[in-house]
Ligand binder design. Sequence first.
Ligand code: 3QA
Length: 230
Amino acid sequence: MIGILCAMREELEPVLEKVEVTEIIEYARNRFYKAKFQNKNLILAYSKIGKVNSATTATIMIEKFGAKKILFSGVAGAVDADLKIGDLVIATKTCQHDVDLTVFGYDPGFIPESKVYFECDENLNSVAKKVAERLGIKLKEGIIASGDQFIHSKEKKDWIKKTFNAVAIEMEGGAVGCVTWTFDVPFFMLRAISDTAEEGAGVDFDKFLEESSKVSAQFLIEMLKGIDEE
Ligand code: 3QA
């Protein structure tokens, strides 16, 4: 069983269009789609925005539906100057930029008995890089930082860049990374840029959410062809 997770309806819809949905299950105030893609069993859902929702949905996919890997598809704000709207980025690691226990001497993002960075699966990342190469698509790789905030300030973005060495920001990856690390489940994080996370990001986001969601979804579908269920 492969888990495919998004945060927003707009991110999931273009994925659902490309798979054969066999069953819809209402559970925990959410809707889970069982589906088939080229004989592979999938469980799909959008969690709603943010770290708590995405952690809950990832946990349900693993514990209730038996997901053996979690693939996330969606949009993100650009941090790296290289990244333009519509560009694709995959995470090497994810982290939580809004975790702050620094007064106790801990690094930003660190929680005792946990860690700052959650590694993404190298095999899945290499599948992504092969697909990008085959299709001639530019694919950036780097740290993706998450927090329960929509970032729309250059100052805040620069702080996240400097503190976590992040290339993109969003609101779920750090949480899903933590859950998949907890359960030892391979994790893949794919995002297409929807905005620059600076002043005016809200306007760009509204304008490009749908388009960038499709870019990410299409790439994920290409990747699925080369991924097995176990
Ligand atoms: C936030 C969405 C959340 O799931 C994180 C989009 C793109 N640009 C970002 C930025 N800062 C943080 N995260 C992001 N997603 C937007 S919700 C808007 C309200 O929707 C990634 C992301 N700059 C209203 C209903 O349409």
